[in-house]
Design a protein around this ligand. Structure first.
Ligand code: PAF
Length: 282
């Protein structure tokens, strides 16, 4: 496995990689969720490149950029064992210059849900992915559905800006109790970890309710009541029922062929997200 730290080294590696190239962009602190994306890429491509870069532009001033877990030795060992062809681990100055002027923003998709609370977050994601896509020139790029809004934004960006890349979605990988895997789970104490399953439990509860109820205001209200009663320490930021494609809120499940519930909540000050498809609508 080649460990590449400069753009120049990546570009020269890429010139030699003939055939299909799979790309898994990450911020490191790799867990089974990332590794399952890598495994899928390895089976579908001749070469697999993984990037590890904690992208400062997607963190707000009060967010966890400094504290974000960084485990480069363990990450590279895991990727080497899986048989990854190359890992790209650039420094900040390799990716950004103080003279940079361009932004990539989605006018609507980036401002909904998580984007409303993490202002500028998706612009930072779109910018770093634009740069990485230009350097890696992958055939396919792999994203986990846990960050569902991110997946939709990347799909729309690739479609609208004509990136010759296939975006591949991978289902959320969960812990045995249902908690969605995330690098941020490492911040939780054992008590917080036990509470964190609330997000998945709430989504399951909501899903079960859809057998009887299709009015989304009722479904949301009832699920929030369930959360308050069973997981009092969990602070919900938003719970929404949206159309999976447009991410617009639905009033009634039948308004969409593919409704999906999205949730963001704080546990011990740690921001967690999850989502669940609600179709088929009964
Ligand atoms: O999902 C992530 O880890 C990041 O948002 C990504 C896609 C690697 C961009 O920095």
């Amino acid at each position: 496995m080649q460990v590449l730290t400069t753009r120049e080294a990546l570009i020269s590696w890429r010139k030699k990689a003939q055939g299909h190239v799979g790309f898994v962009p990450t911020m490191g602190a790799l867990h089974e969720g990332h590794l399952s994306l890598v495994r899928q890429s390895l089976t579908e491509n001749d070469w697999t490149v993984v990037s590890i870069f904690v992208n400062p532009r997607q963190f707000g001033p009060k967010e966890d950029y400094e504290r974000y877990p960084r485990t480069p030795e363990m990450d590279t060992r895991l990727l080497q064992n899986l048989g990854v062809s190359a890992v790209f681990m650039p420094s900040e100055s390799e990716m950004y210059s103080p003279e940079d002027e361009f932004h990539i923003s989605a006018t609507r998709l980036s401002r909904l849900w998580c984007g409303g609370y993490r202002v500028g977050h998706f612009d930072g994601v779109a910018l770093v992915l634009t740069k990485l896509f230009h350097l890696v020139m992958p055939t396919r790029a792999y994203f986990g559905e846990k960050d569902f809004q991110q997946v939709r934004i990347v799909e729309k960006m690739v479609e609208e800006l004509f990136f010759p890349i296939q975006v591949v979605r991978h289902p959320t990988v969960r812990e045995p109790d249902g908690l969605a895997m995330s690098s941020r789970n490492a911040y939780l104490s054992p008590r917080g970890r036990a509470q964190a399953v609330a997000l998945y439990k709430a989504l399951q509860y909501l899903h079960a309710l859809t057998a009887q109820h299709q009015n989304t205001a009722f479904l949301i209200e009832e699920t929030l009541r369930y959360l308050k009663e069973n997981y009092p320490d969990v602070e919900v930021e938003y719970l929404a029922i949206v159309d999976e494609h447009s991410l617009e809120a639905l009033e009634h499940l039948r308004q969409s062929a593919r409704p999906r519930a999205l949730i963001a909540a704080y546990v011990e000050g740690v921001r967690l997200i999850d989502n669940l498809p609600l179709s088929p609508v009964p």
